[in-house]
Design a protein around this ligand. Structure first.
Ligand code: NDP
Length: 453
């Protein structure tokens, strides 16, 4: 049976690659899910007979458009943007917008596909989508970013809506960009509704949304450790990235008793053996969000720290690794180094940061592994809460939102244990399988009910 399953995965992937040539990130994301779902579908033939997984790997639609804007020198510039509306079986499309030069249709398809499973895991009624542009906000003035956001929304607004598709932030789309995007949306539609999440607190944002992905990731990681009879307390923690997810993951890991020793950006990483405490984190937050500076400045400010250019932090010995920057930032070589240095937990804050062979190496060495679909679902969960608050015209307190976030992360952990639990006593929980199957079943059952749509 195992051989048959693996042949079925290979033949499924062959067809998918033919239909989606050159989309390596999308192939990688689907293969990871197919490895768990195809054996399950072979045992639960109602899904196979209705071609559910085949349909789930084909987006409902992709909108591609040109974004024309004027730079500060008065020159006309053009970028490409996409919205991938992947699956709305269980709710309106929901997923972030990414602005980064590496954005391609393949990247957004992988993100939209994963988002469908992640949103399902939250237990909230949200379908999966993703969008963005190859626009690079780095080095652009605020006015240029504003003109770009306004131009992008001038096209995007006709494809989204509070009951249709609700975008949010992602890499390169933070508070500043969301403000510009929502301001233009509101102007074009003449409506103040919660069509975008991640808004500022003054205009319909939710308390706790900024922190949610990073905090949720650490709550999830701590559940994984606790299920193995361990905890975050006293652990050395390596974090990659220094953006929204990384900074709040570092904050929560510190609050739970961990000692955070690394942060990074695309220029390199810093290692602070003394630990990056709340005061140092506040410095980084100002550096990255207000000054829009580089992480290397940390080592100038704190002489005990070192900066290593053009490298990732995984060679630094650490007990917990939280990759929170971008996809494919932790390779097989990095995984082997982490294993050699005695890592206990790798918990993904970013989307698909760990390459597939690295995931296999970690799991087969007994390292606890929390996959992104489960571990970083806290952000979209609080986005869903922002939608509920907007619809009811209420605001929940930070404490209320945090309690709900803890509840969601604990529930996701339980679902992973239910679907990825040990087949025989003593086997570890397979969180990758658990997240894939728990996310799949809800969407698949909804699709079964709809018939051929
Ligand atoms: P930010 O833009 O706030 O931060 C991204 C960080 O990652 C920056 O430090 C950036 O460095 C670094 N980075 C980006 N691209 C690369 C690269 N190619 N190589 C090395 N470093 C890189 O993004 P977020 O923190 O919001 O997102 C980080 C990850 O978390 C992404 O995978 C995103 O999809 C995922 N995620 C985010 C959620 C959210 O709520 N924001 C929700 C769920 C997942 P630099 O400044 O040099 O560009």
């Amino acid at each position: 049976m195992a051989h048959q399953n693996s042949r079925d995965v290979d033949s499924f992937m062959e067809g998918l690659k033919k239909r989606n040539p050159h989309e390596n990130e999308f192939h990688q994301a689907v293969r990871e899910v197919a490895t768990s779902v195809i054996p399950f579908v072979n045992e639960n033939v109602r899904y196979r007979d209705e071609q559910i997984f085949e349909r789930m790997t084909e987006p409902d639609r992709i909108v591609i458009f040109r974004v024309t804007w004027v730079d500060d020198e008065g020159r006309i510039r053009a970028n490409r943007a996409w919205r991938v509306q992947f699956n709305n079986a269980i709710g309106a499309y929901k997923g972030g917008l990414r602005f980064h030069p590496s954005v391609t249709q393949s990247v957004l398809k992988f993100l939209g596909f994963e988002q469908t499973f992640k949103n399902s895991l939250t237990g909230l009624p949200m379908g999966g989508a993703k969008g963005g542009s190859n626009f690079n906000p780095r080095g652009k003035s605020d006015r240029e970013v504003m003109r770009f956001c306004q131009s992008l929304m001038t096209e995007l607004h006709r494809h989204i809506g509070e009951n249709t598709d609700v975008p949010a932030g992602d890499i390169g789309v933070g508070a500043r960009e969301i403000g510009y995007l929502f301001g233009q949306y509101k102007r074009l539609e003449n409506e103040f509704v919660g069509t975008i999440t991640g808004k500022g607190l003054a205009f319909g944002g939710s308390a706790g949304r900024t922190e949610a992905t990073g905090h949720g990731c650490v709550y999830f990681g701590n559940h994984v450790l606790e299920a193995a009879g361990e905890s975050m307390q006293g652990r050395t923690v390596g974090v990659s990235g220094s953006g929204n997810v990384a900074l709040y993951a570092a904050q929560k890991a510190t609050e739970l008793g961990g000692k955070v020793i690394t942060l990074s950006d695309s220029g390199g990483f810093i290692h602070d053996p003394d630990g990056i405490d709340a005061e140092k984190l506040a410095f980084v937050q100002d550096l990255k969000e207000v000054q829009r500076g580089r992480i290397s400045a940390y080592a100038d400010k704190y002489p005990a720290a070192t900066f290593t250019a053009d490298a990732r932090p995984w060679a630094v010995p650490m007990q917990v690794a939280l990759p929170c920057a971008t996809q494919n930032e932790l390779s097989l070589g990095d995984a082997n180094t982490l294993i050699g240095n005695g890592v206990r937990l790798v918990c993904e804050g970013a989307n698909m940061p760990t390459e597939l062979d690295a995931v296999h190496a970690l799991q087969s060495s007994g390292v606890l592994f929390g996959p992104a679909k489960a571990a970083n679902a806290g952000g979209v969960a609080v986005s869903g809460m922002e939608q509920s608050q907007n619809a009811q015209r209420v605001s929940w307190s930070a404490q209320e939102v945090d309690e709900k976030l803890r509840g969601v992360m604990s529930d996701i952990h339980s679902q992973c244990v239910e679907y990825g639990g040990a087949e025989k006593a003593g086997d570890p929980v397979d969180y990758v399988k658990g997240a894939n199957l728990a996310g799949f079943v809800k969407v698949a059952d909804a699709m079964l009910s709809y018939g051929a749509v």
